[in-house]
Design a protein around this ligand. Structure first.
Ligand SMILES: Cc1cc2nc3c(=O)[nH]c(=O)nc-3n(C[C@H](O)[C@H](O)[C@H](O)COP(=O)(O)OP(=O)(O)OC[C@H]3O[C@@H](n4cnc5c(N)ncnc54)[C@H](O)[C@@H]3O)c2cc1C
Length: 121
């Protein structure tokens, strides 16, 4: 594991570490986002931070598993007042047509602002 700061800089000047090797995520999408953060900062003079990213991942298992934003546990731990809706895949037309009705989709929405906090599929 290579230690990096929030902009994914190593302790060596002019050297960045992205992907699994920096321990900031172990997913294809976090590795790609590492590249976006570094490219924006190095090539475009921005000051993006890896700490600001919204957690996003997909796990290629069967049934597949994906999440963006906060989980229900994180929402509850944060004491957020949330609206939570769950829909089983058995109610999704495309899933029924493909005979892949295991699992569900869940959306978590801030009850006050109506902003989406997280979604899991
Ligand atoms: C079994 C398995 C299942 C996974 N499932 C998922 C999943 O469902 N969803 C998901 O998002 N992620 C999954 N991952 C994780 C995902 O593959 C990694 O997070 C992602 O590939 C990390 O990208 P990376 O560029 O950091 O490293 P890598 O993709 O590992 O790329 C590193 C590259 O560097 C090369 N390399 C190593 N040493 C040297 C060297 N000395 N010189 C030159 N080249 C070198 C390697 O050959 C390799 O090509 C899975 C990983 C594994 C092992």
């Amino acid at each position: 594991m290579i230690d990096v700061d929030d902009q994914l800089r190593t302790r060596v000047d002019g050297v960045w570490a992205l992907g699994d090797v920096n321990g900031c995520g172990a997913f294809t999408h976090t590795s790609w986002n590492d590249y976006e953060v570094i490219a924006a900062n190095v090539l475009d003079g921005e000051s993006r931070s890896g700490d600001d990213r919204i957690m996003t991942y997909a796990v290629f298992v069967d049934p597949p598993f994906a999440r963006v934003g906060m989980s229900e546990e994180e929402v509850r731990r944060a004491g957020r007042d949330a609206l939570i809706a769950t829909m089983p895949m058995s109610r999704v037309g495309r899933a029924r047509e493909r005979g892949k009705t295991d699992g569900f989709m869940k959306a978590l929405v801030d009850a006050r602002t109506q902003r989406i906090l997280g979604t899991v599929i």
